[in-house]
Write a protein that binds this ligand. Structure first.
Ligand code: ADP
Ligand code: MG
Length: 269
């Protein structure tokens, strides 16, 4: 198979937040270069505060880089757009709308024809196992169900790129695993590009084609690795655990580096 073409290109991206901790500037991202091919499932992995959300927001166009640029299909991103859908950890649903209305909201805003709205709705309710909850409001749903609605709402607009910021971080282990399995199924069916942020090594290895491990302050790419384990993956398998140990050693080394640097009163090497 020929290598897929680059769809998202991150070129020399820095992000500096002015007046962060104690009024000091925070270098959230430094010199990030990544090329993401169409259809890849990429996980950004790293400890809290290492710049994962900042990088995802730069791709989404919510917050632009201080230096460098993000290109999607060779066009520089300057704002959010319909080609990029975002799923957040906190279910960003409209509390006053039913499941159905949340899912169809974007299509109605776009004045999509009613038969298309209905067809998309039925399809997504079924795919995300939401049919019997269709009339409920977010407050009457479990966390897992709310995330299903959030995913359905993004899929309704059929963006070629899905950006997901720790979408399963607040779920219990069983619910999380079933949503991971469904996400993989949806990804395989729709062939979308997924950029998925997590701080869980296991989640990254379970889901990703490729894992980009980030460092903490400044956020840089520490390691970029391809995960070629067969799917469906088995977290109890030897090759899964070998990879987990490898990444774990890397993350520990990074944590030690940062702590030592802090003890010396500097965050550089
Ligand atoms: P992650 O998603 O990996 O947990 P973030 O991208 O949220 O990390 O944050 C990266 C760093 O940038 C953190 O040190 C955070 O405190 C800082 N940061 C994020 N957003 C802002 C902001 N709006 N103003 C100041 N500092 C910020
Ligand atoms: Mg984050």
């Amino acid at each position: 198979m020929a290598a897929a073409e680059t769809q998202i290109k991150i070129q020399g991206v820095d992000k500096i937040f002015q007046g962060g901790d104690e009024g000091k500037d925070v270098i959230a991202l430094q010199g990030i270069n990544l090329e993401i091919p169409r259809g890849q499932f990429l996980c950004l992995l790293g400890p809290s505060g290492c710049g994962k959300s900042t990088l995802l927001n730069a791709i989404a166009g919510f917050s632009l880089p201080t230096n460098g640029q993000v290109l999607v299909e060779n066009k520089e991103i300057s704002e959010p757009g319909p080609d990029r859908g975002m799923v957040f950890q906190e279910y960003a649903l409209f509390p006053w709308m039913s499941v159905e209305d949340n899912i169809t909201f974007g299509l109605r805003i776009k004045n999509a024809p009613e038969d298309q709205v209905q067809k998309t709705l039925e399809n997504l309710l079924e795919k995300l196992k939401l049919t019997e909850f269709r009339k409920r409001f977010p407050k009457d749903l479990s966390g897992g169900m709310r995330q299903r609605v959030a995913i359905a709402r993004v899929l309704a607009l059929d963006p070629p790129i899905m950006l997901m910021d720790e979408p399963f971080g607040a779920l219990d282990a069983l619910t999380r695993r079933s949503l991971q399995d469904e996400l993989i199924k949806l990804w395989q069916e729709t062939k979308k590009t997924v950029v998925f942020v997590t701080h869980s090594m296991e989640e990254a290895i379970y889901l990703a084609d490729r894992i980009v491990v980030m460092t903490y302050r400044p956020g840089t790419v520490k390691k970029d690795l391809i995960v070629d384990l067969p799917r469906p993956r088995n977290p109890a398998a030897n090759d899964f655990n070998a990879l987990k140990r490898e990444i774990s050693d890397m993350v520990m080394a990074e944590q030690n580096r940062f702590q030592n640097a802090q003890l010396k009163g500097s965050t550089g090497d």
